[in-house]
Design a protein around this ligand. Structure first.
Ligand code: MN
Length: 415
C-alpha cells in the first residue's frame, strides 16, 4: 500500500478539482475491442474463459462482442449471456435493424449501439448525412428499448465531431430512453486537459446521468484521459486487460483500476489480487506478450537489480515501490546481475544460511558482476528475431492468402 498519509494529502489538496462518482462501473472491452487487435481472435470457449475470469475479478459490465459479425461470434455472445456470470453481459451493434435484431436474439440484456459522429467518418466511411445518422440512431435505440434492453449509446470519434451535432444526437437518443452515453476518443487525440474541458462542456450541454468513456492509446494517454474522465464524474470507464485493442490499444484495465484504488483511494469493488492472473490468462489466450516494463503486470514492475534500489527495498519496500505486489497477486523479485550490490548479495546468501567473510563476499560480488556483464545475448536475440518475424505482420501471411485465391481458381497476374 502506498503511504496513505501522503496520498491523502495530495487527495485533499486537489479534491476541489475532482468530482469522482460514488459508484464506478468498470466496463471491460477485452472481448470486443481487444479482439479487434490485428492477429487476435478468440473462440467462443476462449471468450467464456476470459469472461469468467473478468467476472470473478469484479468487472461490472463486459462486452461479449458483435453478434452480427459471424455465427461463431453470435454463439460466443449467447454462450456468455447464458453463463450466469455476475458481470452484466453486453452485446454491440451498429445503428442497423439487423444488428439490433442480432443483439436481441443473442440473449444479452445489455446493448451498446454505436455510430460514428465526426465529419470525416460520416463523409468517407458511412457516406451519410448528419440527419440520416440521427434518424438511424433514434430508430435503433427505439428498437432496442422496445425489446426491453438496457441501452448504451456510443458515438465513435466523438472527440473530433462537431459539438452541436454530438449534443443533438445525444439529446435525441436520451429522449428515446438511452440509458448510458459513451464518449469515444477513438483515435486518442485528447490530453487530460483538453478532455477535462470537453467533458465539462458535454456535461453542461447534455446533462448525462450515466456516462462512459472509451479512450484509445495512440499517444500513450488512454489511462491518463480515462482517470481525468472519472475525476469529471464519468461513471463507467471502458478498459481492456493488458491495454489490448485496435492500434496502440485501449486504456488498460489494471492501470485504471489500480490508479483508482491506490492513487485516488477509491474502492472499485474489484478483487485486485486477481488482476495478475487475469493479465496472464489474457496474454496467453490473445497471444500478445507484454513488454517487461508494462506498468503493474510486466515482469519488471516489481523486480529490482540496482544496488541502491535493492538496499532500499530490503530496508523498507516503500522506498522504491508505490504499492505492494501482493495487491495484484504478484511477488517481488530480486534480480542478480551487473548492478547488484552487497546488501542484495547478503540477503541472497541467507537462503542457504551462508555467512562468508567480508573478503570472500567482496570476491563473490566481483565475480557476480563479471558474470552479469558477460551474460550471453544469443538467447534474447533469437527470441527477438522470432518475435519480429511473427509480429511485424500478424494474421494470414501473403503465402496463405494467395494460396486461398489460387484454390478458388481466381485469375491473378504478377506485377
Ligand atoms: Mn475502440
Amino acid at each position: 500500500m502506498a503511504d496513505e498519509r501522503l496520498v491523502e494529502d495530495y487527495h485533499r489538496t486537489t479534491a476541489g478539482d475532482r468530482h469522482l462518482p460514488e459508484h464506478i462501473e468498470v466496463w471491460d472491452e477485452t472481448l470486443r475491442d481487444g479482439e479487434q487487435m490485428p492477429g487476435v481472435h478468440f473462440s467462443p470457449e476462449e471468450k467464456l474463459r476470459i469472461a469468467e475470469a473478468l467476472s470473478d475479478a469484479g468487472v461490472s459490465v463486459l462486452n461479449a462482442g458483435i453478434p452480427v459479425v459471424s455465427t461463431e461470434e453470435a454463439r460466443a455472445v449467447s454462450l456468455l449471456a447464458g453463463a450466469g456470470l455476475r458481470a452484466k453481459v453486453l452485446a454491440a451493434g451498429r445503428t442497423v435493424a439487423t444488428d439490433v435484431d442480432a443483439i436481441i436474439r443473442s440473449g444479452a440484456r445489455y446493448a451498446a449501439i454505436f455510430v460514428a459522429a465526426s465529419d470525416v467518418h460520416l463523409r468517407y466511411k458511412l457516406k451519410m448525412t448528419q440527419e440520416a445518422v440521427l434518424e438511424a440512431s433514434v430508430r435503433s435505440v427505439r428498437q432496442a428499448k422496445a425489446a426491453g434492453l438496457h441501452v448504451a449509446f456510443v458515438t465513435e470519434d466523438t472527440t473530433r465531431a462537431p459539438f452541436d451535432f454530438v449534443e443533438r444526437l445525444y439529446r435525441a437518443v436520451l429522449a428515446e430512453g438511452a440509458d448510458r452515453l459513451v464518449i469515444a476518443d477513438t483515435v486518442g487525440v485528447m490530453t487530460p486537459l483538453t478532455f477535462r474541458w470537453y467533458l465539462r462542456e458535454f456535461a453542461r450541454r447534455v446533462q448525462p446521468r450515466d456516462w462512459s468513456v472509451h479512450c484509445h492509446n495512440d499517444f500513450g494517454l488512454a489511462v491518463a484521459n480515462t482517470l481525468t474522465a472519472l475525476e469529471e464524474g464519468v461513471t463507467s470507464p471502458q478498459v481492456c486487460v493488458n491495454g489490448l485493442g485496435e492500434r496502440a490499444g485501449n486504456a488498460s484495465l489494471e492501470e485504471v483500476v489500480m490508479g483508482l484504488e491506490v492513487l485516488y483511494g477509491v474502492h472499485t469493488g474489484m478483487a485486485t489480487e486477481k488482476l495478475y492472473g487475469l493479465s496472464q490468462l489474457v496474454e496467453e489466450i490473445a497471444g500478445v506478450p507484454l513488454p517487461p516494463n508494462k506498468a503493474l503486470v510486466g515482469y519488471n514492475s516489481f523486480s529490482h537489480e540496482a544496488g541502491i534500489h535493492t538496499h532500499g527495498i530490503l530496508q523498507h519496500t516503500l522506498t522504491y515501490e508505490p504499492l505492494q505486489p501482493a495487491m495484484l497477486g504478484r511477488e517481488r523479485q530480486m534480480i542478480l546481475g551487473k548492478h547488484t550490490g552487497k546488501a542484495a548479495l547478503v540477503e541472497k546468501l541467507k537462503e542457504r544460511h551462508a555467512n562468508p567473510s567480508d573478503e570472500l563476499l567482496a570476491q563473490l560480488l566481483l565475480r557476480l558482476k563479471q558474470a552479469g556483464e558477460s551474460h550471453g545475448k544469443e538467447e534474447i536475440r533469437r527470441f527477438l528475431e522470432e518475435y519480429r518475424r511473427i509480429y511485424a505482420r500478424p494474421g494470414i501471411s501473403d503465402e496463405e492468402f494467395w494460396g486461398l485465391v489460387d484454390e478458388l481458381g481466381i485469375r491473378t497476374e504478377r506485377t
